[in-house]
Design a protein around this ligand. Structure first.
Ligand SMILES: [Ca+2]
Ligand SMILES: [Ca+2]
Length: 390
């Protein structure tokens, strides 16, 4: 029997190619042993770990992984990469395109385009992330760009109000998007639609598809999770603990627990801001004022008839409510993960959808919170709205 090391095997330290093997069990066992030993020794020498370490399994590593592998970044905004597995330390490099890399952070140039960032480990394994740089120029003041997401029904980029809508002096006419001031509440869903339209022909009350696009982007962004890792721990729920017992004005992005009584120096579930995958910050998407959206469903609601709040992801979908209209991307999540809960109410009653939860919804609040319990004339000091520009 002979074994030939291919050039690729030498380079990768892994693949051995037998060129002639007599097919009997003893030869096969010897081949397996020899391959294992040779591969371990070769890889050990490449990685500066001992053969003993290798044979004991102490040096076995998980594959190198880079997140995100694809991203959309706004001009001049930054993107934080996360790397796991392989053989640290990792080195990042701007492979092509504009912008710059510092540590594990990519900063886009001030012009649209694309870029490729690579990460390499000490074993010489490299992975790449394709970045699309888009313009922020088309969003109105205090509206932030959101890339579309076909999987939840949006087909074009849009701009969403960074804040819950506020009254422009008197609470009539067109609303404004601003950090200062309390949210415009005590308004029906129909009047919220009218108010957004009064901003101009390109404005409307946020649709459910747009809400889901933002929620999915928040869910996929590590910075929103208590552990700093997607799907591990919980997503912050915003001002939702009932103290103080009313909606709050917003603040600057570095004061994300403003008015809540909590401290955001480290992760806190009352933190009022979320970061989208493109690096943009949105306020009070979960909690503070619950937000009417442009969705009214009279019948065929998932989980209809439930007496109170239920988990979102355990509900059986209906024709009118497929999973992509209300469930999180990872359906193993529940309210303990901070995604919020669902009030289906009874079919043929109410059905005006409001999302995100309010300042006293506690663990029911969350980015996917959905409440069908309102009728056409319902108003509340806990319910506001948010407009979109497109
Ligand atoms: Ca509080
Ligand atoms: Ca809200």
């Amino acid at each position: 029997m002979s074994i030939r090391l291919t050039r690729r095997a030498v380079r990768n330290g892994l693949r051995l190619k037998p060129t002639s093997v007599r097919c009997n069990a003893r030869a096969y066992r010897r081949l397996i042993w020899l391959c294992t030993f040779a591969a371990s020794a070769l890889l050990a020498s490449c990685q500066n770990v001992s053969t003993d370490e290798y044979l004991s399994g102490a040096a076995i590593k998980s594959p190198l992984r880079l997140s995100p592998a694809n991203a959309t970044v706004i001009e001049s905004q930054s993107l934080q990469f996360t790397v796991t597995g392989g053989y640290p330390p990792y080195s990042f490099k701007l492979f092509s395109g504009g912008g710059s890399v510092s540590g594990s952070v990519y900063t886009a140039p001030s012009a649209i385009g694309s870029a490729v960032v690579t990460v390499s480990d000490t074993a010489g394994t490299s992975l790449a992330s394709l970045i699309t740089i888009v313009s922020n120029a088309n969003c109105p003041t205090n509206f932030i760009p959101v890339p579309f997401n076909n999987s939840v029904g949006t087909t074009a980029n849009f701009c969403v109000s960074k804040y819950e809508m506020k009254c422009n002096g008197a609470c009539s006419g067109a609303p404004i998007s601003a950090a200062a001031g309390l949210p415009w509440v005590s308004i029906t869903q129909a009047d919220a639609k009218t108010a957004c339209a009064l901003l101009g022909g390109q404005y409307h009350l946020i649709t459910n598809a747009e809400w889901m696009t933002i929620a999915r982007s928040i869910e996929a962004t590590a910075a929103n999770w208590s552990t700093g890792t997607v799907n591990s721990g919980a997503i912050n729920r915003g001002h939702s603990d009932g103290t103080p017992a009313s909606p709050l004005a917003a603040s600057t992005d570095d004061d994300a627990c403003s008015g809540t009584g909590q401290n955001c120096t480290v992760f806190n579930d009352q933190r009022r801001t979320h970061v989208l995958a493109n690096g943009q910050t949105i306020w009070d998407f979960s909690g503070n004022a619950k937000e009417f959206i442009d969705w009214q469903l009279s019948t065929d609601r998932a989980g209809s008839g439930a007496g109170g709040y239920v988990e979102l992801n355990t509900q059986t979908v209906t024709t009118s409510m497929p999973a992509n209209t209300f469930k999180s991307n990872t359906t193993a999540l529940n309210s303990a993960n901070g995604i919020g809960m669902y009030l289906p109410d009874t079919d043929s009653q109410n059905g005006y959808a409001a999302r995100g939860g309010h300042n006293a919804n506690n663990s029911q609040a969350g980015i996917y919170h959905l409440d069908f319990g309102q009728n056409a004339s319902f108003t509340s000091s806990q319910f506001g709205f948010r407009c979109v520009y497109q």
